[in-house]
Design a protein around this ligand. Structure first.
Ligand code: COA
Length: 260
């Protein structure tokens, strides 16, 4: 019997022009399965089409944003094509014309952090924690982050985040420009909703034009990087070092990369 706690689902609702998307799989820190990526993509596409939607807000259920791609899925059903669900989700948030706002509580790992690079506004709780562990997993950057993160944070800070793959604080996320503000954990969602209401109250043609203009200069490069990284990720995910990293995670041991 499927349970949303462990199998996960994507919830959404629409109030006052704000389409809220919730990654909901608390027992697994909201790790995203293939089915959840498909549902996320569907939700973003639905929000884009629905004229009643003025702003998209993404958040996680419980005390977590998301722990990133489900590692069991990486082992059992690795992405094999540029149109695999994980890449379709990246393309959907990258192409979205309506503003996207993120409210981050707790952990934002992997895509939990890289999706913020495609959000227009992002807010984090004091206890939010971020991590891009691609190198630790024998993988490579995703979602255009090898282009967007250095653009945002500069080469040195992007290298620190991507090469070391260490967990970092909400304050550091603000310092490097990943989030707009850090708030008390109990206030993150309310604040993000308040900002969403402000944007939703503005003339929508101007909002979308402004978003489009802000993204125009880098649009081609971002799209090209997403697909280049996707091709490399497909290769890396089948590598022996990635298998060692995923198996080590489930066996609750340190990976041994001494042979790689
Ligand atoms: N994929 C699959 N399962 C995951 C997961 C993921 N990305 N992240 C967490 N889980 C599962 C754990 O296996 C555990 O399941 P169990 O209770 O059946 O053993 C449960 O979620 C709780 O996670 P746990 O590791 O016990 O919580 P924690 O607070 O000690 O650590 C993390 C949280 C996110 C730091 C840790 O789970 C982690 O490193 N996860 C992997 C993150 C990752 O590499 N994501 C992919 C990025 S590309």
């Amino acid at each position: 019997m499927p349970s949303p706690e462990t199998d996960g689902r994507i919830d959404s609702d629409l109030h006052d022009g704000i389409f809220r998307i919730v990654m909901n799989r608390p027992a697994k820190k909201n790790a995203l399965t293939i089915a959840m990526y498909l549902a996320l993509t569907g939700a973003v596409e639905q929000a884009e089409k629905d004229p009643a939607v003025r702003v998209i807000l993404i958040t996680g259920a419980g005390d977590c944003f998301t722990s990133g791609n489900d590692l069991q899925d990486f082992l059992d059903h690795p992405p094999s094509h540029e149109s695999s669900p994980v890449f379709r989700f990246m393309a959907a948030i990258n192409r979205a014309e309506k503003p996207i706002i993120a409210a981050v509580s707790g952990l934002a790992v992997g895509i939990g952090t890289t999706m913020l690079l495609h959000c227009d506004l992002a807010y984090a709780g004091t206890n939010a924690r971020f991590m891009l562990p691609f190198v630790n997993l024998g993988l490579c950057p995703e979602a255009g982050s090898s282009f967007l993160l250095p653009l945002l944070a500069g080469h040195r800070r992007a290298s620190e985040i991507l090469l070391l793959g260490e967990i970092f604080s909400a304050e550091k996320a603000k310092e490097v420009g990943l989030v707009n503000a850090v708030l008390d954990d109990s206030q993150v969602l309310n604040h993000a909703l308040e900002q969403a209401r402000k944007v939703a109250a503005k003339p929508q043609a101007s909002v979308r034009l402004t978003k489009a203009m802000l993204k125009k200069t880098n649009a081609r490069m971002v799209e090209a990087t997403i697909y280049e990284e996707a091709r490399l990720l497909i290769e890396r995910v089948g590598s022996p070092e990635a298998s060692e990293a995923f198996n080590a995670f489930f066996e609750r041991r340190k990976p041994d990369f001494s042979k790689f």
